[in-house]
Design a protein around this ligand. Sequence first.
Ligand code: ATP
Length: 234
Amino acid sequence: MMLEVKGVSASYGHVEALRDVSITTEKGQIACIIGSNGAGKTTLLKCISGLVKPVSGQIKFLGAPVSFSKPHNNVAKGIVQVPEGRKCFSGLTIQDNLLVGGYLQNGKGLEEGLEEAYRLFPILGERRNQFAGTLSGGEQQMLAVCRGLMAKPKILLLDEPSLGLAPIIVNQVYDLIGKIRESGITILLVEQNAKKALCIADKAYVLENGQIVIEGSGDELLCSPAVKKAYLGE
Ligand code: ATP
């Protein structure tokens, strides 16, 4: 097992964002969490990456506890989060955005990372010396994912990668996610776009008001009447 989240609760002051959440992800698979606004999806990713400390419960990565590790130590271990809203540095060039993602790598690692990013998404290479702010929303999403890959993740935490993008661009983002899985990287994907996420996921969870209420394979959730009604508009 790559990642095990067991009985995790988290709060912001009096606001309880997660209650007794347990999920697992297997090596090389895509797990997804679907849920509506405010369900606690981002908070769960932040607990895993170390940006939010759980109030209780345990998080293990490759068998070792990480619940109290600092975010930068988790990056070094291979846990890498791509934030919601892309958060590209618009006043830095595309190449510099990528280099920021690889700040723990040596020269060779950086070179390999850049080559891989430009292979996966050639526009980034063609425009490497332009400011990231000149990219379209979809291109910025690709840049944010590739910036995450620069850290050589073992598990990539993707927070709503399709947010605000046109359907055709969403397809490109999901093609990229598929390629990342093929390269052997485990993915934990958080989405409001339930259909796309469930179609690609090996395992899926529904988070409602901070609690996991349904879990199963992506296919099982696609067929679940409760999921269809609440998240697929069917
Ligand atoms: P969205 O899809 O809108 O990003 P989400 O499922 O990712 O939603 P979270 O961002 O994890 O949900 O938020 C869960 C709950 O915690 C919400 O009620 C939110 O208002 C609250 N919350 C999140 N961050 C903070 C914070 N920094 N301070 C106080 N409350 C917060």
